[in-house]
Design a binder for this molecule. Structure first.
Ligand SMILES: Nc1ccn([C@@H]2O[C@H](COP(=O)(O)O)[C@@H](O)[C@H]2O)c(=O)n1
Ligand SMILES: C[C@@]1(CO)OP(=O)(O)OP(=O)(O)OC[C@H]1O
Length: 157
């Protein structure tokens, strides 16, 4: 078995789509990034790469490379998941948390789980997505951005 953790933060920006766990959420602003800035998927990829001992997303997908501009992070996750398969591992379970004052994530959680399970070739039941506010405290509480954390357990296939 291999375990890994991931964490990421992106700031809010106007005229950007809000993509979370591969799901587009209708909201007044989105997140800024070189990619689609899907902060949840970024934390998940870092957790997976950590479990594999293969660095982080900045190493695999540098933000200086134009080919990643505006790219769907779900596509990047599918690439990372191929590395898992190449190493002979499969999903044990993935747990993650979105730290956001707004918007409300709960209506979108099931769609996110389905997207993530599809990308990682596993059952929805192996993926858990949670959300919390920080009770108006800190940068997330001031609605300056969104953070996400993830932990993954990989098992030998
Ligand atoms: N952006 C968010 C934040 C929270 N939720 C849901 O609300 C519950 C209560 O959050 P607290 O921060 O007040 O503890 C939380 O457990 C989530 O179910 C959400 O959907 N979106
Ligand atoms: C995903 C990448 C690559 O497009 O870009 P961003 O969307 O800026 O995300 P970040 O978490 O800052 O770092 C990884 C990047 O290399």
């Amino acid at each position: 078995m291999k375990v890994g953790i991931g964490f990421d933060v992106h700031q809010f920006a106007e005229n950007r789509k809000l993509i979370m766990g591969g799901v587009e959420i209708a909201y007044e602003s989105g997140l800024l990034g070189h990619s689609d800035a899907d902060v949840l998927v970024h934390a998940i990829m870092d957790a997976i790469l950590g479990a594999l001992g293969k660095g982080d997303i900045g190493k695999h997908f540098p933000d200086t490379d134009e080919k990643y501009r505006g790219i769907s992070s779900i596509l990047l996750l599918e690439h990372v998941w191929q590395l898992v398969k190449d190493e002979g591992y499969t999903m044990g379970n993935l747990d993650c948390i979105i730290i956001a004052q707004k918007p409300k994530m709960s209506p979108h959680i099931e769609s996110m789980r389905e997207m993530l399970a599809k990308s990682c070739g596993c059952a929805v039941q192996q993926i858990n997505v949670k959300a919390t506010t920080t009770e108006q405290l800190g940068f997330t509480g001031r609605e300056e951005g969104i953070a996400a954390q993830a932990i993954v357990l990989l098992q030998k296939a």
